[in-house]
Design a protein around this ligand. Structure first.
Ligand code: MN3
Length: 206
């Protein structure tokens, strides 16, 4: 590898999982986590490397690749693999073994101003996740004024819509099918009740 690529290349290494693969049991099984992280996430990153080698994107940060390729049909393979790489890193951090419960005070105030209550916010996030048709993601985002619950299809990420992601839930079938089969709502509700990382969301809210 050429020396001036080192900095960009570092950004594309698979970040370590922030916990052991068994840490989210019983909500997410060790097998699901090992395949999801070790195969799916790794494969998006490996494909991205192949696609951008020797291109104008080779030295860009992941976020810059996503922004530069969003909405361009001839760059959709690069966009999809860059966004899926980013989304999964963000998803691992959106979960934590002793998660769920209530958000910290600063974030809670903003949630109550945006949704009336923390429970209403959790319901809106669950509805976004359950109602996403096909593969995609549910997100809490800050749009500059309010916190909102939104959904995106396939690899799409709110970064390209000028919204700041606070946390995400992966609703691709590979995220839950081994553990929950077709019961996506059970996966989503268990994640929100027991794994969601409100401290991470508060950190992103700033
Ligand atoms: Mn996934």
């Amino acid at each position: 590898m050429h020396h001036d690529r080192n900095q960009a290349a570092a950004a594309y290494r698979l970040p370590p999982l922030p916990y052991a693969p068994s840490a989210l049991v019983p909500v997410i099984s060790t097998t699901t986590l090992m395949i999801h992280y070790g195969k799916h996430h790794r494969s998006y990153l490996a494909t991205l490397h192949k696609l951008i080698a020797e291109t104008e994107f080779a030295d860009l940060s992941l976020e810059d690749i996503i922004t530069a390729t969003a909405g361009k049909p001839d760059q959709s393979a690069i966009f999809n693999n860059a966004a899926q790489t980013w989304n999964h890193t963000f998803y691992w951090r959106s979960l934590t073994p002793k998660g769920g419960g209530e958000p910290p005070a600063g974030l809670r105030q903003k949630i109550e101003a945006s949704f009336e209550s923390v429970d209403a916010c959790k319901k809106a996030l669950a509805n976004a996740a359950i109602n996403q048709f096909g593969s995609g993601w549910a997100w809490l985002v800050f749009d500059g004024e309010k916190i909102r619950a939104i959904k995106t299809g396939n690899a799409d990420v709110p970064l390209t819509q000028d919204m700041r992601p606070l946390l995400t839930i992966d609703v691709w079938e590979h995220a839950y099918y081994l553990d929950y089969h077709n019961r996506r709502a059970d996966y989503v509700n268990a994640v929100i009740d027991r794994l969601i990382n409100w401290d991470f969301a508060a950190e992103n809210f700033g």
